[in-house]
Design a binder for this molecule. Sequence first.
Ligand SMILES: Cc1cc2nc3c(=O)[nH]c(=O)nc-3n(C[C@H](O)[C@H](O)[C@H](O)COP(=O)(O)OP(=O)(O)OC[C@H]3O[C@@H](n4cnc5c(N)ncnc54)[C@H](O)[C@@H]3O)c2cc1C
Length: 402
Amino acid sequence: MTHHQVLIVGGGTAGITVAAQLRRKNRKLDVAIIEPSEVHYYQPAWTLVGAGTFDQQATKKRTADYIPSGVAWIKDRVATISGADAKITLESGGEVTYDYLIVAPGIQIDWHKVKGLPEALGKGGVCSNYLYDQAPYTWEVLKSLKEGDKAFFTQPNTPIKCGGAPQKIMWLTADYLRRHGLQGKVDVEMMSPGTMLFGVEVFRNALHKVQERYGSKWSHYTNLVEIRGEKNEAIFDLIDKETGEVTGQRVETYNMIHVVPPQSAPDFIKESDVSNADGWVEVDHNTLQHTRFPNVFALGDVAGTPNAKTGAAVRKQAPVMVANMLRVMKENEVTADKRYYGYTSCPLTTGYGEMLLAEFNYQNEPDPSLPIDTTKPRRSMWILKKYVLPHLYWKGMLRGRA
Ligand SMILES: Cc1cc2nc3c(=O)[nH]c(=O)nc-3n(C[C@H](O)[C@H](O)[C@H](O)COP(=O)(O)OP(=O)(O)OC[C@H]3O[C@@H](n4cnc5c(N)ncnc54)[C@H](O)[C@@H]3O)c2cc1C
């Protein structure tokens, strides 16, 4: 049994960022991160890897190089959390107790929830940018499309990380086809259980124009449930608009199908006493403090906050969470002025060399942070995504500076 003053579960975007910020604020803090992975990924660039315009290798670095100095790294996986006992157990069998806990193990990808998907993935045109190893295969499939082919893009009926990712790769594919004289000759279609292209009106309007430009299709109320890899067939449930009931099925033969799989809170969080009814960590939406265990905080994809789950959201959550936790340590209450209002941003790559930056908050209101109009696709935003943000991530955010 070991004990740490501050214990962080997960050393991904959120875990490393808050560890770095905590150490910058107070070097005397005893902080430990539990993270099983030897490598740290910059996931936002996987869309660009899938579109053949970013080096896959550059999206991963050694975790060891990003654990802030003075922070202990417990290279293990958390098996259970007990908020009531202020204790976690490790998969290797050990136990760690804490004074303060930060829960940041991200989101779980439930590949198995689409029948046949685990077996079919990575061959026969079934691809996904949601795994480091798989993103290059998206590019292989994309560039092999030819006249008469059908390319489908799916979105699940669960919360996901980066809500824009399903359509980003669709626009890039459509642009690739346009540039290669294949626009209108390859069917490009989004299969989404949702009701609209995007939740925020101003961006939705801009995306409708993008859709018109490419002539791609968008099916709503359509949910991928099965892939029959050996036949290149995908099965979709058709959902009734009013009742949400499944009314029938659509079977499609694909040459390419980019799958964004169902996602949920990690099982060990769902099974713990820190989760809410939907499995996410039950925190106050503005302070990120647990609603029942005042010494527990959460941020990132696992947090039970109704924002779109992105690394950009983590960048805004981290200083709020850190300030509130430090105040609780000192005065037993959160700060009066550090609040998170749901900011998130979704860099929507609408073509090679152009991007629209959708920034919005809990109310789905635009929440711009830049002095230019980002509601239109712009070249400057593409440069931001491809060149500036990765640099800011590795050098700024993970070092507790941005
Ligand atoms: C294809 C794709 C495109 C994206 N595009 C964008 C984008 O353009 N912009 C943007 O802002 N965001 C984007 N994102 C989302 C962004 O990467 C995530 O929202 C962000 O990484 C969330 O941070 P996190 O720390 O909560 O989770 P992660 O960064 O995923 O980290 C979770 C960590 O917890 C660890 N962990 C898991 N289980 C355990 C356990 N049991 N015990 C201990 N540790 C554990 C994992 O190993 C991992 O290191 C994208 C994601 C994908 C997949």
